[in-house]
Design a protein around this ligand. Sequence first.
Ligand code: GLN
Length: 206
Amino acid sequence: MPKTKPVIGVLALQGDVREHAAMLEKAGARALPVRRERELSEVDGLVLPGGESTTMSRLLETFELLDPLRARLAEGLPAFGSCAGMILLARQALDGRQDQHQLDALDVVVRRNAFGRQVDSFEEDLDVEGLEGGPLHAVFIRAPWVEKAGAGVRVLARVPRTEAAGAAADRIVAIRQGAVLATAFHPELTGDERVHRLFVGIVQET
Ligand code: GLN
């Protein structure tokens, strides 16, 4: 029997919702925007897009999604966070706001806007563990990096040591812990759906 298409939600409070939905469809899933608790209860996995983690944290409260989302993550809901999504999933964010909520689904400490204030955006080809077909072109936009990762966290990619990378060389920018995946960059923007395929695979396995 062919596997049924997993239904993957995209948290639709802010950010690159349409782009993630398009990539998920391309990668073999059915994408569903999630703004309500009922929608959250219908999905097999959830993408948390980039945007502004402080704003998304506030909107999670406004839409009464914070506690239901925490509960589903604690039950093992597969999740993929890019950029601000990675920040939200982390247990701690440095250079965040005092009142910013953490979903605590990843045993990592991230630093917001880590690539420096001048460097609004930065692009680099990355070798990502688990992706076949060569390096992935990664676009970083006011991106975080992972400053500390617990023993249960698998590092999938680091910034290579190039001239452009400068002080960001070797920083951790893609991780996986169980069914939770996160990238500091925006794989929804480059037309290469391999990261989304990896996530769809995680959802199908789970
Ligand atoms: N700097 C943003 C934050 O702190 C993240 C940027 C992004 O998602 N592109 O939430």
